[in-house]
Design a protein around this ligand. Sequence first.
Ligand code: PNS
Length: 159
Amino acid sequence: MTRAVFPGSFDPLTNGHLDIIQRSCRLFDEMIVAILVNPEKNPLFSVEERLEMIREVVAPFSNVRVDQFNGLLVNYAAAQRADCIVRGIRAVADYEYELQMALMNRRMQPDVETLFLMSADTYSYVSSRLVKEVFMLGRDVTGLVPPTIEVRMRQKLQR
Ligand code: PNS
């Protein structure tokens, strides 16, 4: 039984993240989308809201579950008996930071591999930060996030 963790802030989950989930759930028996609980950040969505939204989006995938974690990712991965950490790489700019994290994680937990997957080129410029920014400044984000997440973003803005 192979198990992978796909960690992130997912504030919010974008179609780029979803693309990585779709690709990686074909490679592992079980995939855990793990939301980092990071009290220092000022998120748009609470962890509970993100859990609920992502659960809705991944409902069609029978081998994907959604969870939250705090502290070190490698501790969480080991506790879940995961073989692998999956991260998406969009462009060269992502690589340096991702490499640093992967090597530090390997140093701490050598038996957990990091697997980099390339997102579809359609999403190579899509990040949660930019999606939030353009949305908050009044532009449409259709096609960049799953429809249910777009609805939740609109509800946030109205409040
Ligand atoms: O989507 P993000 O915000 O780029 O995801 C970053 C994440 C959650 C993968 C990273 O910040 C992380 O693993 N944080 C948990 C704390 C940790 O393990 N830090 C050491 C990393 S080498």
